[in-house]
Structures are given as structure tokens and as C-alpha cells.
Design a protein around this ligand. Structure first.
Ligand SMILES: NC(=O)c1ccc[n+]([C@@H]2O[C@H](COP(=O)([O-])OP(=O)(O)OC[C@H]3O[C@@H](n4cnc5c(N)ncnc54)[C@H](O)[C@@H]3O)[C@@H](O)[C@H]2O)c1
Length: 363
């Protein structure tokens, strides 16, 4: 395999992530599928298709093979899931059909779950178009949709057959969305790679045209691929895939209480990273100076470190108790034993978490 790609090692379900040759690899794979007599379909959103009107045609897809859905988190719904299944069924797509997701995490999560469900599972491919989906959601096989009762409550593990990462697609991504993706990038540095963290600290910002960007995306994918290969379904008793949730228990509570859409996911993650750092300090796992270091890097990439409005601690605590990541009813957090090394910490006292929420401006 060329250095232009890396492999997610999952035995017979291993798959490549293509980087610098991704557009050519995509075109070649679509041609190969067709040559084998297989059909192809794409699920995307209207914003992505508007931003890149000829990308799919150049890859070898026809208009009639593309389902365009509205953009936004609302699209990860039972209704759009049903619409997507009907799109495949109405065109009599069979088991040989290969389904591609062309979009951010919303489209990737939805299309992946459609692929996992249709005819009990068809082949799935990811063409991520946001920074967040390139460094995080397109790799690892978590797919799903939301219910009115909560986010990601329905889904399946369904690994893609390949991921095509073309950083040039990010040229059209709004800056706020780019920044949100940077929260996950910073997260990887904090949880697994001090070198990545210090590389980011030394940068004067990062955008779609930065020459460092492809290397940074690739490093994040390497980390995610390794973690997923070691603990695909997040069943490790400690550590494992759960470490990818650094900052996320706080973030999910913020998103839930503020109302979905008030913060972009990455913005809530940025605040969550700061709070997870505070928690690590309270647990005597890292020195207090690290809080300032983490705050600095978050701000450096145009992300918030604090909530804009004072949410209620009681609501935030209740949201945390509902988080599906909890085990046996006890609060479980990902913290750091040092910057660049995350660990799971169980049975954390509620009072300590309440104190941390207060320090973040909650009331
Ligand atoms: N499966 C996983 O492991 C995993 C991990 C992290 C997050 N997620 C999920 O990912 C979702 C968030 O993903 P996201 O941040 O990519 O959001 P998104 O898919 O909603 O995309 C953000 C916005 O950017 C637009 N957009 C996308 N690509 C563009 C481009 N190249 N140019 C211009 N506009 C573009 C989209 O239309 C959308 O409006 C959440 O639902 C979250 O739960 C899943």
C-alpha cells in the first residue's frame, strides 16, 4: 500500500484511508465497482453539493444516483433515514449496491446507518467534506441517527470499505465549521500525542490552505485508526476507544442543555476539553499550569473555553447522568495523566463535577 494511504487494521474488515491520491482512488474504485456490474449510490446534502457541483461527476457518479438531503443535524432523523431507504428501494438497489456518503458527520452517520440496515447491510464508503468528519467521524464505523429524546440513540457499528480524504474540499468550509473541527484535532493531541499538541501550539492558526493541514489530518486519522483497531466496539474495561471521548461528557451535556444548534459540536468539545483538564488537575493527575496551556491553544484556534450563557448546574448534571457512555450508573470521565496521554477515571464524585461546572460559569 502506498504512503498516500493508511489502513485501519480490523482483520477481514480492514480498509484504507486515502489521502493525497484520494480523488484518483475514488474514481478508480467507482469504475471498478461498475466494471464488476455493481450499482453505486450517494447520499449528500444540498450545501455540499452546491459547494462542489462537479466533484461527484468527476468521480464517475451520475445525477440520478445521488440523493440530496437538507443540511444540518436535523437530517440525522428517523424521517430522513426512511427517505434514504426508500431512495434505494424505489430504484431496486440490490445487495451489490455500494453506498457512498459525501458530506460531513451528519451525512456520514446517516448514510452509514442506511448502509448497515438496507438489505441487512450493503457496502459503504466515506467521502468526508468537513474537518471534523475527516479527522473523526468518517473513520471507525460508528453510524447512527438521533431521536427526539436524544442524540445518536439509534445506530450500528458499520465499518466503511474505504475513506477518501481530500483536504481540498475544505476550501469551501465556513470558518466556524473549520474551527469546530480543530477542537477534535486538539483533542487528539491531548489524548495521545504531545508532539501533535506542541506542533499545534507553534502554529499561527491553521486553515484550509495551510501546508501543514494534510499532515495534521493524517496524524489524527493514524491515532483514531490505532484506537479503533485496539477496541473497535468500545468494550475495553478501561482506556480503549472511550479515550476518544475526552471532553465529550461535558460537551454532550452543554449541547443538550443549551439546545442542539446553540453550539456547534466542536465548540462544545472545546469547552469540554478545558473542563476535562480542570478535572484532571482536581484529581491530581496533571499540574495546575496545564489549564492555562489548554486554554491558550483552544483560543488560538478561535474556539470558546467558556459557556456563553449560564446554564443550570442541575440540568447539566442530569444530562450527564443520561449520557450513554456511563457504566452502571456511575459517572465516568476521560481525564489526562499528562497532556498527550488520556485515561478513564471512574466513580467521580458528583460534588466535584458540580464545582467544575460552577467554575465554568454555570449556576
Ligand atoms: N460517527 C462518529 O464517530 C462521529 C464522531 C464525531 C461526530 N459525529 C457526528 O458528526 C456530526 C457533525 O459533523 P460535522 O461537524 O461534519 O457537521 P455537518 O455534517 O452538519 O456539516 C457542517 C456544515 O457544513 C456544511 N458543509 C460540509 N462540508 C462542506 C464543504 N466542504 N463546504 C461547504 N460546506 C460544507 C454542511 O452542509 C453543514 O451545513 C454530528 O452529528 C456528530 O454526532 C460522529
Amino acid at each position: 500500500m502506498s504512503t498516500a494511504s493508511l489502513t485501519v487494521q480490523l482483520a477481514e474488515r480492514s480498509y484504507p484511508i486515502h489521502f493525497s491520491d484520494s480523488a484518483a482512488a475514488l474514481r478508480a474504485d467507482v469504475a471498478k465497482l461498475r466494471a464488476a456490474g455493481r450499482s453505486v449510490r450517494v447520499i449528500s446534502d444540498a450545501r455540499v453539493l452546491n459547494a462542489h457541483p462537479s466533484y461527484l461527476a468527476q468521480a464517475g457518479f451520475n445525477d440520478g444516483e445521488i440523493l440530496s438531503l437538507p443540511h444540518g443535524e436535523q437530517t440525522k432523523s428517523v424521517e430522513r433515514f426512511s427517505e434514504s431507504l426508500s431512495f434505494l428501494a424505489s430504484q431496486a438497489a440490490n445487495r451489490d449496491c455500494a453506498l457512498f456518503a459525501f458530506g460531513g458527520g451528519v451525512i456520514g452517520d446517516l448514510a452509514g446507518y442506511v448502509a448497515a440496515s438496507y438489505l441487512r447491510g450493503i457496502d459503504f464508503y466515506q467521502i468526508p467534506t468537513t474537518l471534523l468528519s475527516m479527522v473523526d467521524s468518517s473513520v471507525g464505523g460508528k453510524t447512527g441517527i438521533n431521536l427526539p429524546e436524544g442524540k445518536n440513540l439509534v445506530g450500528a457499528f458499520w465499518q466503511p470499505k474505504a475513506v477518501y480524504i481530500d483536504a481540498a474540499l475544505l476550501q469551501t468550509l465556513p470558518p466556524r465549521e473549520f474551527a469546530a473541527g480543530m477542537a477534535e484535532v486538539i483533542k487528539y493531541g491531548m489524548l495521545a500525542d504531545i508532539d501533535l499538541f506542541t506542533q499545534l501550539e507553534a502554529l499561527d492558526g491553521l486553515d484550509a490552505s495551510s501546508e501543514e493541514l494534510p499532515g495534521v489530518i493524517r496524524r489524527c486519522c493514524e491515532i483514531k485508526a490505532q484506537v479503533v483497531a485496539d477496541d473497535e466496539k468500545e468494550t475495553a474495561a478501561t482506556g480503549g476507544r472511550a479515550l476518544l471521548n475526552l471532553g465529550h461528557t461535558f460537551a454532550h451535556a452543554i449541547e443538550n442543555v443549551a439546545g442542539y444548534g446553540a453550539y456547534l459540536h466542536g465548540e462544545a468539545v472545546a469547552i469540554g476539553l478545558e473542563l476535562a483538564t480542570q478535572l484532571s488537575v482536581h484529581l491530581n493527575q496533571i499540574p495546575a499550569e496545564d489549564i492555562e496551556r489548554v486554554r491558550r491553544i483552544i483560543k488560538q484556534f478561535q474556539l470558546p473555553t467558556r459557556m456563553e450563557e449560564a446554564l443550570q448546574v442541575v440540568d447539566l448534571m442530569a444530562a450527564m447522568q443520561r449520557d450513554k457512555k456511563n457504566r452502571s450508573g456511575r459517572l465516568r470521565f476521560v481525564t489526562m495523566s499528562k497532556i498527550g496521554q488520556a485515561i478513564t477515571s471512574d466513580a467521580i464524585e458528583c460534588e466535584l463535577i458540580e464545582q467544575i461546572w460552577h467554575s465554568a460559569g454555570a449556576k
